[in-house]
Ligand binder design. Structure first.
Ligand code: URA
Length: 233
């Protein structure tokens, strides 16, 4: 890969600025000054220095966001703020959310530029566990639990797949589902005669929401966390 492309993919500066800076001797490859923009770097192992920072090439990036309520899971929206708007400061413009949470839902949402992994994990045949904490309008009881565990009619062709339910409080449960239909959790609770008044996703596959992240905050996934996602492929 060309040296100027490497740095421009890392969003260091514009390509024309980078060309000037490379010519001016501001760039190193593995510690050696290089003045040719078309110098061939090996993005799998070379380290490029620019203005005091050493860059390793990252083709794909993965962020964990604690999605706040009031923000839509999209890359752009005419009316509402999007989850991508929340990550403006990272200097990349190629991220998209891995799936959707409703506007009023909070919690774990991955933002990435890895389209292939996103496609795989969201495929309806790929039954990745999603865990939601649900605060309910009415007390939750064993009959509702049994129904959810068996599968309920939410107006689709088939019943929902059996869910797992942990009762946390009188009006609070953790629901684990394997599908991701539109408003699925809300519709499931409605189907058993209850109502979700607050919803938060806390886990997706092996990836758990970092509870230190306040709503609206985000951080990069660690390499172990990326592996957890990739294992679900
Ligand atoms: N189920 C819902 O009803 N809403 C969400 O945001 C996610 C799952």
């Amino acid at each position: 890969m060309r040296l100027d492309k490497f740095l421009s993919d890392m969003k260091c500066a514009t390509r024309s600025q980078l060309k000037k800076d490379i010519r001016a001797g501001l760039v190193t490859v593995n510690g050696e000054m290089v003045r040719q923009s078309d110098f061939a770097v090996d993005e799998n192992k070379d380290k490029v220095g620019y203005k005091g920072t050493i860059y390793e090439y990252e083709k794909f990036v993965y962020y964990m966001l604690n999605k706040p309520a009031g923000v839509v899971s999209a890359t752009e929206d005419k009316k509402d703020k999007t989850v991508v708007d929340l990550l403006k400061d990272i200097g990349r413009d190629d991220l998209f959310p891995m799936g959707r949470l409703d506007k009023d839902t909070e919690g774990l949402l991955i933002l990435t530029n890895d389209g292939a992994l996103t496609h795989e994990l969201l495929s309806p045949t790929k039954h990745v566990e999603k865990v939601y904490e649900c605060t309910l309008a009415e007390p939750f009881d064993v009959t509702q639990k049994e129904k959810l565990e068996q599968g309920v009619d939410i107006g689709e062709k088939k019943l929902t797949m059996p869910a797992k339910v942990a009762i946390l409080e009188e009006k609070k449960i953790a629901l684990t589902i394997l599908e991701g239909k539109f408003h699925q959790v809300k519709r499931m609770l409605q189907a058993v005669g209850n109502e979700v008044i607050y919803l938060k996703r806390v886990r997706m596959g092996g990836l758990v929401l970092d509870e230190r992240l306040q709503p609206g905050e985000y951080r990069k996934l660690t390499s172990e966390e990326v592996k957890l996602l990739q294992e679900k492929k």
